[in-house]
Design a protein around this ligand. Structure first.
Ligand code: PBG
Length: 327
């Protein structure tokens, strides 16, 4: 109780009175430079194909991909993350290491289009390219073979670097992947290519719409290599390993259901920390908004602000260009 008797002496509401006051005292601000736009490019199509579970997101043609990246750069977005969807998939994901494979072709297109105007990143993982949909190659018993997969990742790193990528996103969750990719890049004299480690990556149900976006034929799940949502200590172990192996940046994924993990990671490292607002997080907001149940624009900004507040330096979000234009 205050010296005024029954009235409060301290009034936090004073700092919430007007939009100008709220803007002045805001502790977290969003900046387009810290957004990374994930983009899908599909081989062999002449028109973009909508991803039905992600309204507003498409599988791009090579042409529309160039336009999307130019538009993102124009809006001030900091980077793009490219995913390739090949026409033909096989057991070892051959097109992922083919210099003329769709992802390599797309990297060349994008670098040609925007140069250094934004940072060009690529997904370094096999699931987009394998016919079984797993992030690695399988052994005779059908299990994901860690070390055989590492050899494939090393090859992917080399062809993606040759195509001109600035940062490779090591997203497959194989043990030792960051170290093997670093060695592969260094061996071909590409010390300049950075590695974004998908350090903390949970086996999440929120990846659902992504499977449609990359025409995945995965049956089952990725629980033998992605992490159990129940665990946090395990994430700190993954973090220590990725840093020791040479990750230049680390990522927490998904974002919104794992803000506690994000804060722990952000508080304990001195490298940039990214968070990936994934397909299912996007789909939930779009679906609720389409039904008129939530205010779409406010919800998007609130989720991004929360991810930022929790400690992310960079956010991968399918809304990157739209929000950048709005800010
Ligand atoms: C792996 C990869 C996935 C996503 C990004 N990279 C799928 C997975 O690991 O299951 C998901 C992104 C999203 O859901 O938006 N190549």
């Amino acid at each position: 109780m205050s010296r005024y008797g029954e009235f409060p002496g301290t009034r936090p509401r004073r700092l919430r009175t007007t939009p100008a006051m709220r803007r002045l005292v805001a502790e977290t601000r969003l900046n387009p430079a810290e957004f990374i736009l994930p983009l899908f490019v599909r081989e062999g199509i002449s028109d973009p194909v909508p991803v039905s579970s992600m309204p507003g997101v498409v599988q791009h043609t090579r042409d529309t991909l160039r336009k999307a990246v130019a538009e993102a750069a124009e809006a001030g977005v900091g980077g793009v993350m490219l995913f390739g969807v090949p026409e033909v998939k096989d057991a070892v994901g051959s097109s992922g290491t083919d210099p003329d494979g769709i992802l390599q072709v797309a990297i060349r297109d994008v670098v040609d289009e925007v140069g250094d105007a934004l940072v060009v990143m690529s997904d370094l993982c096999l699931d987009e390219f394998t016919d079984h949909g797993h992030c690695g190659v399988l052994d005779a018993e059908g299990r994901v073979d860690n070390d055989a997969t590492l050899e494939r990742y090393a090859e992917m790193a080399r062809v993606q670097a040759d195509a001109g990528v600035h940062v490779v996103g090591a997203s497959g969750m194989m043990d030792g992947q960051v170290g093997v990719i670093r060695d592969a890049l260094d061996e071909i004299g590409r010390q300049d290519v950075a590695i974004l480690g998908y350090t903390v990556k949970y086996a999440s149900a929120f990846y659902g719409p992504f499977r449609e976006a990359v025409n995945s034929s995965l049956k089952g799940d990725r629980k033998t290599y992605q992490q159990d949502p129940a665990n946090l200590r395990e994430s700190m172990r993954e973090l220590a390993l990725d840093l020791a192996e040479g990750a230049d940046m680390v990522m927490v994924k998904p974002a919104l259901p794992y803000l506690d993990v994000l804060t722990r990671v952000a508080d304990s490292v001195d490298v940039p920390v990214a968070a990936y607002q994934i397909s299912g997080e996007y789909a939930m907001v779009e679906a609720a908004a389409a039904n008129g149940w939530i205010d779409r624009e406010r919800t998007i900004l609130e989720t991004l602000t929360s991810i930022r507040r929790a400690g992310a330096n960079m956010i991968l979000t399918y809304w990157a260009t739209e929000v950048a234009q709005r800010l």
